[in-house]
Design a protein around this ligand. Sequence first.
Ligand code: TXA
Ligand code: MG
Length: 317
Amino acid sequence: MPDSKTEILGGDVKSLEHAASMLRAGQLVAFPSETVYGLGADACNDTAVASIFAAKQRPSFNPLIVHVATLEMAKCIAEFSEDAETLARRFWPGPLTLVLPLRDHTGISPLVSAGLSSIAIRIPAHPVARELLAVFDGPVAGPSANPSGKLSPTQVEHVLEGLAGKIAAVIDAGPCAVGLESTIVGFQPQPVLLRPGGVPIEDVADCLNKPVARSQPTSDTPNAPGQLASHYAPNAALRLNATQPRDDEVMLGFGNTPCALNLSESGDLIEASANLFHHLRKLDSGNARCIAVSPIPDHGLGLAINDRLRRAAAPRP
Ligand code: TXA
Ligand code: MG
């Protein structure tokens, strides 16, 4: 892994072939997805996967998501129940991650699943991510491309702010369309929402025609970052459900409200998701002590936005 220069690559085929050869050589390459930028490594290379944890300073007990190009490849890695296959066929490629039983002898580094017998897997929708996966022709482990506990990156500049010099390359494909991480669903065996995200949980329930329970963390659930109380944290404090800013606060608005930055003036949750991390970063780069945030409706993508805001507002460890 280089300790000085991070190459910035384009999304053309030649650049993606170069990126794939870096992955084959065990290097780290940040790549765009429709949700957030991912920090990619060859999922079958222990050293490469270990260097993800080092670059992010991520506690190694936190499992990673594996990205694949096709359902066929996903099925070689994980066991799909009928419900899992129904969801994959409806939402892949797209912002849904399924946690499924890991098959034997897949070659996936045990560091990816943090030694668990399950694996988190998805097919991203971003054309550059899909092309990279197709050219690489193997599973790519990829957490969000940010230092552990910090805001997820939705633009190349965000990736470089946190990881420049610590990774071999980043592929620049502009801002991420969804802007929030994928929705994570597991099965016990009934479907359970492990993290709200880019696919509204109502759509998952409609697709399966059954309710989807919220996960109740227990002592033996993985201590995953998306499940930690404080995560996605900016430097400033956050005050949620605010109607107006106090003296030493800047306002992050939603809907028709006076504010420094607005997630969506028209109250559109899709637009608000795409803006969330970028706006938080912008306000955080000023010198406000606290960011006051308008109330966000708690349905559809609003569930994921509120989840990220609550974690960003939680007391820091
Ligand atoms: O949109 C996304 O999901 C982005 C892009 C890059 O794909 N990736 C992402 O990865 O958000 P990361 O590492 O920041 O979050 C991975 C989450 C963990 O927080 C954990 O909750 C869950 O995946 N996870 C991974 N493996 C798991 C497992 N075996 N059981 C339960 N949860 C798991
Ligand atoms: Mg993350």
